[in-house]
Every structure is written in C-alpha cells, then in structure tokens.
Write a protein that binds this ligand. Structure first.
Ligand SMILES: *Cc1c(COP(=O)(O)O)cnc(C)c1O
Length: 356
C-alpha cells in the first residue's frame, strides 16, 4: 500500500533524540531554542515560539493579540477543525467566508462580504501547502484595520510572491507527525513583533517571565527538547522535502487525465502538503476511493464535512451556507505526494487514477 502520509525519519533524527535522552535535559531547553532560531530564519521573521501543537500555536496567537468575546474572526470552513476551535477557545466568533474552487483557499471577495464592525482578524488557512491570495487579504486587512493570524499549519516553506508564509502577520504552524516537517507533535508561532513574542512566551508557560512570578494566566503549551531535537534535524531536510513533493505533484499533474488536477495559483510556490484531485459533479467518490485502495493507492478525504456543518456547531451555525466549500467537501480526494513516494509509486498512482 502506498500510504497517504508517512513521516521521513532518518539517522540524524534518531541520533538527535538519543543525545537529548543521554543529556538528561528533556524539557524545553537548548534544542527548542535552536529549533526556534532555525524556524525564524526559514520564515524570515524576528521571532519563532515553539509550542506543544499547531492547535496550541493558534490558541496562543489569538490570546496574544487580545482576541476574545465579542470579536469576530473570519476564516475558512474547509479546514482542519483546529482553526475553528482555536477561535472558540478564546470566546470569539468564527465567521466563515467561502473558498475558491481552484485553490481551496479563502476567496477574498467572499471575505470582504462578511466583514462587520466586530471583525478583529482574518485567519487565512494556507490549505494543502499553498498560500492564500495574501495580496488581496492584506489589502482588506489594511483597509479595515484587521489583524492577520495565518493558519500555516500545512504550509511550512510555502511562498506568495516570494514571501514565506508565516511572515504576513502572526504565523501558526503544526509539526504533527504527518505534516511536511515534524517533531512528532509540536507547533510554532512566528512574528516580527517583540511584544507579541513576549506575550506568546508567557502564555505558553503559565504567564511567567521570571520563574514562579505570574503576570497573567497562561497554559502549559511547551514542547519538549526530545521533540524539538527531531525538528532541528528535519530543518536540514526541508529544501529536499519540498523539492520531492513538487516533483511528485508535477509528475501527477502532467500525467493524470481522468479527473480535475490541482491548480497552482499565480505567484505561489506550492509545497504540496496534500495533492488533491476532484471528481466533479455526480461521480461516485466512495467507489473511486475503494477502487484506488484495492489497487494499493492510499487516499485521504480532507475534509468530508466542512466546519460549519459539524454536529457540535449546528446550534451556532446552522444558517451558514457556503456552496463552494460544500461542493469541494463532496468532490475531493487526496493522493500520496510525500517524499517517500517513489517513481514506481507515482506510475502506479497515475495508472490507477486514470482508470477512474
Ligand atoms: C494540523 C492542522 C492544525 C493543528 O495542528 P496540530 O499540530 O494537529 O494541533 C491546524 N490547522 C490546520 C489547517 C492543520 O492542518
């Protein structure tokens, strides 16, 4: 079976973990600081703050910006639920804008149409490894004086007009096992703002700057040095990871003829967290998935139910209608694109998809 996701863990990662274990210093420390420095450099920002997960990164970023009850945050409903939950954690209201069917990302015109006097921030989700239309979203944010909190969890290293995601506002990343760069579990916040950096560091650790003096309420959202050490080793591989994902995606785009293949938007360097095809209209997705799986091609459906249709949000959001999001949720199938997909695998994937 060609799995839909498989972490690439080499000798460097294993040795790095062993060194931490042997050092006896397991909690957040030197490895975390090293990972933060490397990550900040990668994103071209002043500060990076490591967290225990991408979800924690989003939660901390929203808190650090003082977003809370009464505030509205505009985001996509076609996302992993953590984007939305982080907005709910701080007591703010998620407001959904519909997406573009070519990129699966927020449609700036739709974002503009849901801005109200209560809107405090836009949370663009750079879905599947491709940046949102940041030019248009930045223009909207400037015009209406809104913050930008990027959910870049799937898009480490992705660029928009040459600028790396995570540097357009406050960036949030996931280092979960199946993400493009991993620490097993982990997350990262990126910012150029000294004040936000300081607040994030405090919120991560029980509101404390000086040990056992607590200036505000906070959480335990630290990463361990065991995890951070894996991330430091992965930082050396990012360029290769991205190049291999781009090769795999290009190959599939050039050879798949039977379904709608994914689009690269103008100005975007896509890092292909997912390679996502669409079976349009009335074609039977369940049948297609079954056929691919039986032929040894792993698949993923990201995401079968958009956030606004999740059962626990029905009371709050039952009147929301997002036609493009709802259609995409029914049509998408993601195929293996990760760095461990070989040329033979690619040929099998293409052959099988072309029989659909
Ligand atoms: C993975 C992911 C998250 C959450 O990250 P975790 O590390 O799993 O907490 C948030 N948003 C998106 C779009 C993601 O893909």
């Amino acid at each position: 079976m060609i799995y839909i996701a498989k972490p690439y863990i080499g000798e460097d990662e294993k040795q790095a973990v062993l060194r931490v274990l042997e050092s006896g210093m397991l909690a957040q420390g030197k490895q975390t600081a090293e990972l933060e420095a490397r990550f900040a450099a990668l994103c071209g920002v002043k500060h990076a703050i490591a967290t225990s997960s991408g979800t924690a990164a989003l939660h901390v970023a929203l808190l650090a910006h003082g977003i809370g009850p009464g505030d509205e945050v505009i985001t996509s409903s076609f996302t992993f639920i953590a984007s939305v939950n982080s907005i709910l954690f701080v007591g703010a209201t998620p407001v959904f804008a519909d997406i573009d069917s070519q990129t699966f990302n927020l449609d700036p015109a739709q974002v503009a149409s849901v801005i109200t006097p209560r809107t405090k921030a836009i949370m663009p989700v750079h879905l599947f490894g491709q940046a949102c239309d940041m030019g248009a979203l930045q223009a909207l944010a400037e015009k209406h004086n809104l913050l930008i909190i990027e959910d870049a969890c799937q898009a480490v290293g992705a660029r928009y007009n040459g600028q790396v995601v995570g540097s357009f506002g406050t960036g949030c990343f996931s280092l979960y096992a199946t993400k493009n760069v991993t620490t097993g579990e982990g997350g990262m916040i990126t910012t150029d703002d000294d004040d936000i950096d300081e607040k994030c560091r405090m919120i991560r650790q029980h509101g404390m700057k000086r040990r056992y003096y607590h200036e505000m309420i906070g959480y335990n959202y630290r990463i361990s040095d065991i995890h951070a050490a894996i991330g430091v080793a992965q930082m050396d591989r990012i360029a290769d990871f991205i190049a291999k994902r781009q090769y795999n995606a290009t190959y599939m785009n050039e050879h798949i003829t039977s379904v709608i293949t994914p689009t690269i938007a103008a100005g975007c360097d896509h890092v292909w967290h997912q390679y996502t095809i669409r079976l349009d209209g009335d074609r039977d997705r369940d049948q297609a998935v079954q056929q691919l799986n039986e032929a040894g091609v792993g698949t993923g459906i990201f995401y079968p139910v958009p956030a606004h249709q999740q059962p626990y949000l029905q009371e709050m959001l039952s009147t929301v209608q997002l036609p493009v999001t709802e259609r995409m949720a029914k049509e998408v199938i993601s195929l293996p694109v990760h760095p461990l997909v070989s040329q033979d695998d690619l040929e099998l994937i293409v052959e099988q998809v072309n029989t659909l």
